[in-house]
Design a protein around this ligand. Structure first.
Ligand code: SF4
Ligand code: SF4
Length: 239
């Protein structure tokens, strides 16, 4: 009897939905907060977000980031700050994709894409330099010959940074607290953090900074959330 029961189980399987896909030609959607290959982001005007502060390198438990900052050229600044990331390298033979660098970064310069399909045949290729990490003039990651990007992958480079409701504060749920990105504007909150059906926070449609600022950012007052520390305004003689 158990013999026929076993056949019955097998016989039902062809009529059930398949859970496998034809990988790598076909890929399943990756998790919203999946940690993949890094990118260095730029502001909407094309300036680099990295200010060369080296916090990411300092916090990295695998010691795989090498950053050197330099003063911005006064007449041709690379970033809006005083300094910019002159050298930026990540050794992907060491990286454990913990995203501590992403958390430490004060300017949202370094984030992770969803790409994990990349491999190397020599150590040199495993060390990504700024030329490879910095997004292109459209704001998309540069796609290297040994990486397997699929259409749509290039859009998902900062989702988990766009988690809202920091510290569990429900009043901040769905309010963007991040800056605009080249080619994308102010990205919508990641799915699941706010109602994806809400017209104010469409999960699929990112808004430009111009569209987002009047509706959302003016309602957020940093001083309401964080006590002032140190100097709170321009010192005498400043600009
Ligand atoms: S993800 Fe973690 S291990 Fe990789 S570079 Fe960032 S801090 Fe270092
Ligand atoms: S990526 Fe962020 S944390 Fe790292 S040096 Fe640049 S600004 Fe600093």
């Amino acid at each position: 009897m158990s013999f026929f029961k076993g056949f019955a189980v097998t016989g039902k399987l062809p009529f059930k939905p398949r859970v496998t896909v034809q990988y790598p030609e076909e890929k399943k959607p990756k998790a919203e907060r999946f940690h993949g290959r890094h990118v260095l982001n730029r502001y909407e005007d094309g300036m680099e977000k990295c200010i060369g502060c080296e916090l990411c390198a300092g916090v990295c438990p695998a010691r795989c980031i090498y950053v050197r900052g330099a003063d911005n050229p006064p007449h041709d600044p690379v970033s809006p700050g005083e300094r910019y990331g002159f050298v930026y390298e990540i050794n992907f033979l060491r990286c454990i994709h913990c995203d501590m660098c992403v958390e430490a970064c004060p300017t949202e310069a370094i984030t992770e894409s969803k790409l994990f399909e990349f491999s190397f045949v020599n150590r040199e290729d495993a060390i990504y330099t700024k030329a490879e990490l910095l997004v292109d003039d459209e704001g998309n990651p540069r796609q290297l010959p040994w990486e397997d990007w699929k259409p749509g992958d290039e859009r998902n480079t900062s989702a988990w940074v766009r988690a809202t409701s920091p510290s569990g504060a429900a009043s901040l749920e769905g309010r963007p607290l991040w800056s605009a990105e080249l080619g994308f504007g102010v990205r919508a909150p990641e799915r699941g953090q706010s109602d994806p059906s809400s017209a104010d926070y469409p999960a699929e449609n990112d808004l430009s900074l111009r569209e987002m600022v009047p509706g959302q950012l003016r309602a957020v007052h940093v001083s309401d959330r964080r006590p002032e520390r140190g100097r709170s305004g321009p010192a005498e003689g400043d600009g």
